[in-house]
Design a protein around this ligand. Structure first.
Ligand code: AMP
Length: 111
């Protein structure tokens, strides 16, 4: 989608530190990490919110979570990790292309 920073990253128009890519998703390092390991997992299809899920996207999201789980050891997350999806203004969502924050690499506080 035009003017979507994550679509531009997916298209290779903006550089990113990629750690995994397949035909459906891209995982890259967050530019402003809040944990020792802070990755972003984005579906290549542009949609902004969980409220836009349909059957196809539900299947994609399921596969995406399975993929994150299977990749975790190779991403340095064998000891555990936290997944976060910010939804909307109240949650502080700043990029309106659905993305999963993957946090770990150190003990995480829950505040
Ligand atoms: P959210 O607040 O859930 O919308 O998170 C958006 C995330 O995207 C933030 O953690 C930003 O640091 C991150 N971000 C924004 N631009 C880039 C970029 N060009 N490369 C990597 N991460 C980015």
């Amino acid at each position: 989608m035009e003017n979507c920073i994550f679509c531009k990253i997916i298209a290779g128009e903006i550089p990113s530190a990629k750690v995994y890519e397949d035909e459906e998703i891209l995982i890259f390092k967050d530019i402003a990490p809040i944990a020792k390991i802070h990755l972003l997992c984005v579906p290549k299809e542009h949609f902004a919110y969980l409220s836009e899920l349909n059957g196809t996207r539900e299947d994609l999201l399921g596969r995406t979570l399975s993929k994150i789980a299977s990749l975790a050891p190779t991403l340095g997350l064998a000891d555990g990790y936290r997944l976060v999806i910010n939804q909307g203004e109240t949650a502080g969502q700043t990029v309106h292309h659905l993305h999963i924050h993957i946090l770990g690499g150190e003990p995480l506080k829950w505040e």
